[in-house]
Design a protein. Structure first.
Length: 572
């Protein structure tokens, strides 16, 4: 039975350009490869993907770049950069797997092979598999004894992080083995008979091994401890090239420090308006303006409606009815607040505020860190005109470019609006009952701007090996005025492996890029575009590094061997 077969004429009418089709093929192929070769650390999986990337790079080179229109040339440059980066990351992943050999190699390869044979539905011999399951348990127990006796250790940060990856690999493989067991058990009577006893203890054995690695080798009995592995300067340079950023890490730190100095001057001015000589005291005052428990969602709604009404009134961007109508609100769990102490957003806004079960100290830190003046910026950053509107457009305009997701575009766009609304005097233009004091609202906006400056400094210095996670926490507390718990959540989120090394730098730097691009294109001082036309075009072109967006919007004549060249930062 064939479902949703496309109409032939419709398919012909909507044929994409060669570069767009190439991107769509790569995106779908990588999704299928990842789903089929599903054990992330398997040599088979890594090798197959590397071979695929190599083949597609060769095919891309056969496309005649000069015969493509400008949109097609942008797509060609985007996919070229993507494939290069993917190849580099897969090579790095293969090298990292080698660091796990002493904890995995004596038993894991046979279980990986069992899972991969099942994926291919190859013939299986029950007696052979039963022996493999039994031997794996013997090896795992032997490794456990070695760890308990202190013969297998992890002393350096690098070794501890490798041990954590090994524990994650054990847990991942345990899930795959469970799927394997459920696929055959009871459906293959002979296999079920052979593996009945060998299987019985294997999941428990693997789970206990992962726990022991974390306890004895990683040494993180305190779940609140923060660990992370610096990637080094060369890896940062590689990532900057992939993001089409023509600056070194050191230059970006200097930019952040310049921006921070401006923020500090403005913070002093706003604090003086409230009667405080020290801006830390002004910030402390703002933190005490939090709303009562249970009232936070109502405040969020009021702030969201204010922001939506503002951009509509001033005709700043097209905000379709569905985008305005269909956003949802959910609450952040106490556990997630340890990693995400502030709001998250997109299709919905996820509110950080205390739950009954949290400690008194944690409740106060959450309330102080999510006060109305802070939240006013957070809400329009996460909803409209920020991430929610952004994701609305991503689903409808050039969705194939989501393959090139970058924080410089996603986070840069949301933070860019904080620049624009500051310039327009938004802190003093109030139409709701929660954040009503202009000076307090300025402090709220400046807190986030200082925060984004600090993100560049601490994340890049960490990856350069110049700061430890604990020093990063102290830096946020001292330089930005964070609550210690929210600072710890920020640093933990930055280094837990979920984000790229440049992710935290992408907010401020992406915003600065868009801000400069706006100057070049909007109004009489630029190319004469209207503000709305600029914002709509940015959204409708989809995700890409901002320098390539600039090349597209400005009509730059593109070359096949184009390299990062835009020095976008203009000192104040």
């Amino acid at each position: 039975m064939v479902l949703n077969r496309p109409h032939g004429l419709m398919a012909v009418k909507s044929l994409p350009s060669p570069a767009q089709q190439f991107i769509q093929d790569v995106s779908a192929d990588l999704r299928d490869l990842t789903e089929f070769y599903s054990i992330s650390f398997s040599p088979t999986s890594l090798t197959r993907k590397l071979d695929y990337i190599k083949d597609r790079r060769a095919e891309l080179d056969k496309i005649d770049f000069d015969q493509l229109d400008q949109e097609g040339q942008i797509d060609w440059l985007l996919i070229r950069g993507f494939l290069k980066r993917q190849g580099r990351q897969l090579h790095a992943a293969s090298e990292k797997v080698k660091e796990l050999h002493h904890l995995l190699d004596s038993w894991a390869p046979s279980l990986i092979q069992i899972c991969e044979d099942r994926q291919r539905v190859l013939p299986v011999d029950g007696q052979t598999v039963a022996g493999q399951l039994s031997r794996a348990q013997v090896e795992i127990r032997s490794l456990c004894e070695s760890i308990k006796a202190g013969k297998t250790t992890a002393k350096t940060t690098k070794e501890k992080l490798a041990a954590e990856r090994a524990a994650q690999a054990v847990t991942e493989l345990q899930h795959h083995m469970q799927e394997w067991f459920e696929f055959y058990n009871g459906y293959d009577p002979l296999l079920s008979w052979w593996i009945a006893e060998p299987w019985k203890e294997l999941p428990t054995c693997m789970s206990a091994y992962a726990d022991l690695i974390r306890e004895k080798l990683v040494g993180i009995e305190d779940k609140d401890e923060i660990i992370g592995q610096p990637v080094g300067r060369q890896a940062l340079l590689d990532e900057l090239e992939a993001e089409v950023i023509a600056y070194t890490p050191e230059e970006l730190i200097e930019i952040a420090e310049r921006e921070y100095a401006w923020c500090e001057k403005e913070m002093i001015r706003a604090s003086e308006k409230l009667g405080f000589k020290d801006w830390h005291d002004g910030l402390e005052h703002v933190k005490t303006t939090y709303v009562a428990p249970g009232e936070q969602p109502l405040m969020i709604r009021a702030l969201a409606e204010e922001a939506m009404a503002y951009v509509k009134k001033h005709d700043m961007i097209t905000t379709p009815t569905i985008a305005n109508e269909c956003w949802r609100t959910t609450m952040m769990s106490p556990a997630r607040q340890k990693v995400n102490p502030f709001f998250l957003g997109g299709e919905r806004i996820i509110v950080s505020y205390p739950k009954t079960e949290q400690s008194h100290e944690d409740k106060l830190m959450s309330m102080r860190g999510n006060n109305p003046a802070f939240s006013r910026s957070t809400v329009f950053h996460e909803l409209i005109p920020g991430h929610h509107l952004q994701f609305y457009y991503l689903d409808r305009w050039r969705p194939y470019r989501t393959l090139f997701m970058t924080p410089f575009w996603t986070e840069g766009w949301a933070f860019y609006w904080e620049f624009i609304l500051w310039d327009r005097g938004f802190p003093g233009q109030v139409s709701q009952k929660y954040a009503t004091n202009e000076a307090e609202n300025r402090i709220g906006m400046l807190f986030w701007r200082m925060h984004r400056c600090a993100r560049i400094v601490f994340s890049l210095k960490f990856h350069l090996g110049e700061m430890t996670p604990r020093e990063c926490v102290d830096y946020l507390v001292q330089k930005v005025g964070h609550e210690r718990a929210t600072a710890e959540g920020e640093v933990r989120r930055s280094f837990n492996g979920e984000y790229s090394p440049l992710y935290q730098a992408g907010y401020m730097l992406g915003a600065l890029q868009l801000y400069q691009l706006r100057k070049e294109l909007v109004g009489t001082s630029g190319a004469g575009w209207s503000e709305k036309a600029f914002h709509d075009r940015v959204m409708r072109e989809g995700v890409m590094p901002i320098e390539l967006l600039r090349a597209l919007l400005s009509g730059e004549r593109l070359k096949r061997q184009r390299s990062p060249c835009w020095r976008f930062y203009q000192p104040r």
